[in-house]
Design a protein around this ligand. Structure first.
Ligand code: NAG
Ligand code: NAG
Length: 557
């Protein structure tokens, strides 16, 4: 008996006492304004933090009503098990023949890294806003073999920040507007604002610092980030922001004729179109699936470039967006801001407008280029088309080769759709700033799509996999150089979330990323080898000058 006791003591010393030391660090049940929530706690490898608490599917607003602003969630009793992603907001499938998702969709997901020493407190918070042309998307992102694109774990663990992702409404249910009070629109933006405000009120209970909130997003999500920082409704809520390939001044970010598209949907579902009150009353009693499918984005035989067909976008409603975005930068004066583009962001769009650019055996002609230019410059007529064509072809010489012409077309669309508006937003931000700092980047790690020509650079959305750390999460699919890119981006992004300076913070970076000013035009080129030569100046300034000065001064047609 004594012998057994002694053995037990030994076991206690070596096993049980050890168990106390390695006991999981977890938040357990968390109190939020709506009620208690319980997520899952996951043990990590030995590197970085030791545990991560993951909450999936916490409601931040009530189930949505068609063409109405989001409302506060009534709350729940007991403990909500927050272990599964909620459905997306209702949207067309990619083939646009069916719908997926739900009206009950305003949920968010939270990743909280924990160290062995105890639960985290005062962590910086990064809130992700997804892209998808304001037509598609979900807070978890596309799923490939149970690996979700917007899984926040790699950013949270490597950068020691809380990551939040959430759903917002898209398509007609997110943005249909009659341009008057019957359907003022911007429902998706109000949803985003509700999520940001919920995080501000509740994130301290998860160990986050409500005064240290960064919003970041890509494409339509990046334009959303920009618009959220420009809206007076978010004053004091957002400390920092990152726009990856999109700003509020992009030509597709604001719908100028929402009534045209509202009528288009109404007609397709058999609602009246002449009286906007009758139109909206009818849509509110129509099957939301029919409304969603009442708009169809054609991708073939387009009369004009694709960018003109993005129908359901934010509008200047005189409320959430009180004026032209370019005039609202005083609202972002104390927000630190990073904005950047991919060097061939326009490639995806050019591939739709002019598919031959990806077909080595097919040739394009100067006439094809002129037609595309004319399609982008309709507003300024022949004069605008000629001026644009002449600056983009100035280096062609007598007989340009195919690669030169094809790259010119990609440059043209990259500039028009993303790069030039981003440079204007950077300049506005810096010139209106009080405490807010401004940083600019160009992402140029080439696309790995095997079917693309060898000259293809970083295509639209190529940056996502690196920011979300996929080369670490699924190492077999990537090369060491891809992990270098991912490591650098996560370090710069999370340092910025902590300090407002991408080079200052716990994660070491190879080169200091210098602040952008209008005078210096400094930006960082991000690719597999970031050196002092990667700090550059005046990104495509002759073209930025052309579009923002010369082109603007031409008379409208
Ligand atoms: C536009 O360019 C075409 C072709 O170079 C030329 O024939 C035409 O006169 C130009 N039009 C204007 C208004 O500049
Ligand atoms: C944000 O978080 C960092 C790192 O935890 C901290 O140093 C800083 O004081 C916090 N607050 C603000 C407003 O930056």
């Amino acid at each position: 008996m004594v012998h057994i006791m002694r053995l037990w003591n030994v076991l206690c010393l070596t096993v049980a006492c050890h168990l106390v030391v390695v006991h999981a660090t977890t938040l357990g049940v968390v109190h939020t304004e709506g009620g208690m929530v319980e997520g899952i706690n996951k043990k990590l490898g030995l590197l970085f933090a030791d545990y991560i608490d993951i909450f999936k599917g916490i409601p931040f607003a009530a189930p949505t009503k068609v063409l109405e602003k989001p409302e506060k969630h009534p709350g729940w009793t007991g403990t909500l098990k927050a272990k599964d992603f909620a459905p997306r907001c209702m949207q067309a499938t990619l083939t646009q023949t069916d719908v997926r998702g739900s009206l009950d969709c305003l949920y968010l997901n939270i990743w909280v890294p924990q160290s062995r020493k105890g639960v985290s407190t005062h962590l910086p918070v990064m809130i992700w806003i997804y892209g998808g042309a304001f037509l598609w998307g979900g807070g978890m992102g596309a799923n490939f073999l149970n690996n979700y694109l917007y899984d926040g774990e790699e950013i949270a663990v490597r950068g020691k920040v809380i990551v939040v992702t959430f759903n917002y409404r898209v398509g007609p249910l997110g943005f249909l507007s009659t341009g008057d009070s019957n359907s003022p629109g911007n429902y998706g933006l109000w949803d985003q604002h509700m999520a940001i405000a919920w995080v501000k009120r509740n994130i301290a209970a998860f160990g986050g610092d409500p005064d240290n909130i960064t919003i970041f997003g890509e494409s339509a999500g990046a334009a959303s980030v920009s618009l959220q920082t420009l809206s007076p409704y978010n004053l004091g809520k957002i400390k920092r922001a990152i726009s990856q390939s999109g700003v509020g001044m992009c030509p597709w970010a604001i719908q100028r004729d929402p009534l045209f598209w509202a009528k288009n949907v109404a007609r397709n579902v058999g609602c009246p179109t002449e009286d906007t009150a009758a139109l909206v009353n009818c849509l509110k009693i129509t099957d939301p699936r029919a409304i969603t499918l009442g708009y169809h984005l054609d991708l073939t035989k387009l009369a004009y470039p694709l960018v003109h067909y993005l129908a359901f976008s934010p509008i200047i409603d005189g409320d959430f967006i009180p004026d032209e975005p370019v005039k609202l930068f005083h609202n972002a004066a104390d927000i630190d801001y990073i904005a950047g583009v991919n060097n061939m962001d326009g490639h995806l769009f050019t591939g739709v407008d002019l598919p031959v650019i990806n077909q080595p055996l097919h040739k394009i002609s100067p006439d094809d280029v002129y037609k595309l230019v004319a399609g982008l410059t309709l507003q300024k007529g022949v004069e605008g088309a000629n001026a644009t064509y002449s600056i983009y072809t100035q280096d062609w010489g007598g007989s340009p080769d195919q690669e030169t012409m094809k790259k010119t077309v990609v440059d043209l669309e990259t500039d028009y759709i993303f790069l030039v508006p981003t440079q204007l937003a950077l300049a506005q931000h810096q010139q209106n700033a009080r405490s807010g700092k401004t940083y600019s980047y160009l992402f140029s790690h080439p696309s790995r799509m095997p079917v693309y020509p060898s000259w293809t650079g970083a295509d639209h959305a190529d940056d996502l996999q690196y920011v979300f750390g996929k080369p670490f999460a699924t190492p077999l699919g990537y090369r060491p150089q891809d992990r270098d890119v991912a490591g650098a981006m996560i370090a710069y992004w999370t340092n910025f979330a902590k300090t407002g300076d991408p080079s200052q913070g716990e994660s070491s970076v190879s080169v200091p990323w210098l602040r952008y000013t209008v005078e210096s035009g400094q930006y960082l080129e991000i690719n597999k080898k970031i050196t002092y030569q990667s700090v550059k100046k005046n990104l495509r300034s002759p073209y930025v000058h052309f579009w923002s000065q010369t082109y603007q001064s031409l008379p409208n047609k």
